[in-house]
Design a protein around this ligand. Structure first.
Ligand code: K2U
Ligand code: ZN
Length: 202
């Protein structure tokens, strides 16, 4: 598919990103979203495998669905393991509402982090309803490959830096609760387990 790198054509990109704009052609297929895995799914704790050249077709199909899933959640980041796919791939869009700026991160690597740290409340689509203050390096340098195979190196700070680290963590089987004290981590995991039991009890 031709496109702007997010794996879809520019017109289609606007429509599926903006949630099928009013002028969308009703015949356009609505991209099915994917189920988001919730803790304690084992895949969320595993190290994902690197994307290989042979994964092109899978990525072209998966990336638009991951964006559709992320926008619907809503979220500003989503990692492939969260939708059950064992690949070092994540999508990010910090401004889904205003001017979408979708970013596809293939085999992302954090090259450097600042000494300075920043603390902000984080959530996670795989730990629904759970939030806690997480301290991370304030600035990061990230290397990644885009769907066209081009390499990139970017520097990020603020929410962007937190999001990039949060998504790369997912590819290493690390969740934001793993950065908390054992007490706080266990509190959140116990709350999730209780909510799951109540939901299953109906
Ligand atoms: O990976 C995910 O689970 C989506 C995360 C990404 C994220 C977490 C913490 C800090 C930045 C990004 C979020 O659930 S997306 C929801 C969200 C929206 C706005 C600001 C922070 C989190
Ligand atoms: Zn998350």
């Amino acid at each position: 598919m031709q496109g702007d790198g997010a794996g879809v054509d520019p017109v289609g990109r606007h429509r599926y990103i903006a949630g099928m704009a009013a002028d969308a052609d009703p015949a356009l297929p609505i991209l099915p979203t994917l189920p988001i895995l919730v803790v304690p799914e084992p895949l969320l704790k595993a190290r994902a495998r690197r994307v290989q050249p042979g994964d092109g077709a899978l990525i072209r199909d998966l990336v638009p669905r991951m964006f559709a899933t992320m926008y619907q959640a809503p979220g500003i980041g989503l990692a492939a393991p969260q939708v059950g796919v064992d690949l070092r791939l994540a999508v990010v869009d910090l401004m889904p509402g205003e001017k979408p700026a979708p970013l596809v991160l293939i085999n992302p690597e954090i090259l450097a982090v600042s000494e300075e740290t920043a603390t902000r409340e984080e959530g996670c689509l795989s730990l629904p309803g759970q939030y806690a203050d997480v301290t991370r390096p304030a600035r990061v340098k990230l290397r990644y490959v885009d769907p066209e195979g081009a390499g990139h190196e970017i520097e990020a700070e603020g929410l962007f830096a937190a999001c990039l680290q949060h998504e790369v963590d997912h590819l290493d089987g690390v969740l934001f609760v793993d950065h908390l004290s054992p007490l706080k981590r266990n509190m959140i995991l116990r709350r999730l387990a209780k909510e799951r039991r109540l939901k299953e009890a109906g």
